[in-house]
Design a protein around this ligand. Structure first.
Ligand code: HEM
Length: 142
């Protein structure tokens, strides 16, 4: 009986630690990105639903907060960049983040104006910007 208790305790502690480490592994930038990703996925699911218009605009407002925070952070890979190239690297990162914000502005305008084609265009552009941003700045597997 005591053994079973000890085994359960050990397992609980081990699982608890794994979960805690997984969360701590995320950089502050990865956390903001994940928050943005969650809102964007929710938005994509219901963007065609006119009854959810206010909801969708609220999701964009939430995304903007993550983007503001993300723009002030540095990609983890910055520490691998030679000192002489660092400023240009970070300028490029910030420029791409600014472009991303502009696309969310376009998405917001399209949702407000009920322009489904423009919504699609903005969403496609976001996907392209994400792909390029991750190719340029994120660790390899992203
Ligand atoms: C709609 C657009 C985007 C979405 C939904 C998105 C989503 C994500 C997600 C979910 C992660 C975390 C992955 C993980 O750790 O499992 C991530 C990481 C990252 N993203 Fe994005 N991303 C977007 C655009 C961008 C852009 C435009 C850039 C660069 C200008 C960028 C730079 C990064 C970097 C550098 C990381 C790694 C975190 C770090 O270095 O600390 N992302 N992104």
């Amino acid at each position: 009986m005591k053994m079973k208790f000890l085994l359960t305790l050990a397992l609980t502690l081990a699982l608890g630690c794994t979960a805690a480490f997984a969360a701590e592994d995320d950089t502050p930038l990865a956390k903001e990105m994940k928050t943005m990703n969650k809102s964007l996925r929710a938005l994509k699911k219901q963007v065609a639903d006119a009854a959810k218009k206010d909801d969708n605009l609220a999701l964009i407002a939430t995304i903007r907060k993550s983007l503001d925070a993300a723009a002030k952070l540095e990609p983890a890979k910055t520490k691998e960049v030679p000192a002489a190239e660092k400023a240009a690297y970070l300028d490029k990162y910030k420029a791409q983040m600014t472009d991303l914000v502009k696309t969310y502005d376009e998405l917001e305008a399209a949702i407000k104006a009920d322009k489904a084609d423009d919504v699609k265009k903005a969403l496609d552009k976001l996907s392209e910007q994400k792909e390029k941003g991750h190719k340029d700045f994120a660790p390899d597997e992203k």
